[in-house]
Design a binder for this molecule. Sequence first.
Ligand code: ADP
Ligand code: MG
Length: 157
Amino acid sequence: MKNKYEKICKTLDDTKELAYNFAKLAEKGCFVSLYGEIGAGKTAFVKLVAEALDVKERVTSPSFVILNEYHTARIPIYHFDLYRLENEGVKTIVDELREYSEGKQLTFVEWAEFSQDEIPFNHLKVNVTYEDDDSRKYTFEAFGKSAEEITEGLNND
Ligand SMILES: Nc1ncnc2c1ncn2[C@@H]1O[C@H](COP(=O)(O)OP(=O)(O)O)[C@@H](O)[C@H]1O
Ligand SMILES: [Mg+2]
């Protein structure tokens, strides 16, 4: 079992390819925790995954509303942006997030950088680092069996 995967995406098209590969592997559902500074490419990845899953609505950043949900794709997609929460807020919300980690749904959570807390349930951690104007590095780390199936699949692509 390979629980890690990383890819350097030199262009947005490379990120699109990664997102489409990920989407194929994630149709059983997954809780995805995204880290990285502003402008790194967290929302860009979520948008491309949603597109791969045939979402009908326009996917926008949930920075101001905290949660966007989409029910027109092949599986329900929940997209949180917790950038505005202070550390205390993150601790209080973790239990509520747990229910989004269960079942056949895809949940993305964009965290502020200060909140790299341990998440106490199965999830896939994605760290996005900014290389230069277009180049990004996406690092995936699986915590739990279903997430490991995804990193293993990405490694085999
Ligand atoms: N290779 C790439 N991968 C992802 N985003 C890229 C890439 N190259 C350029 N970009 C651009 O970088 C920006 C990333 O912004 P966004 O995804 O909103 O960041 P975050 O959600 O991490 O704050 C987008 O405007 C996107 O088009
Ligand atoms: Mg964002």
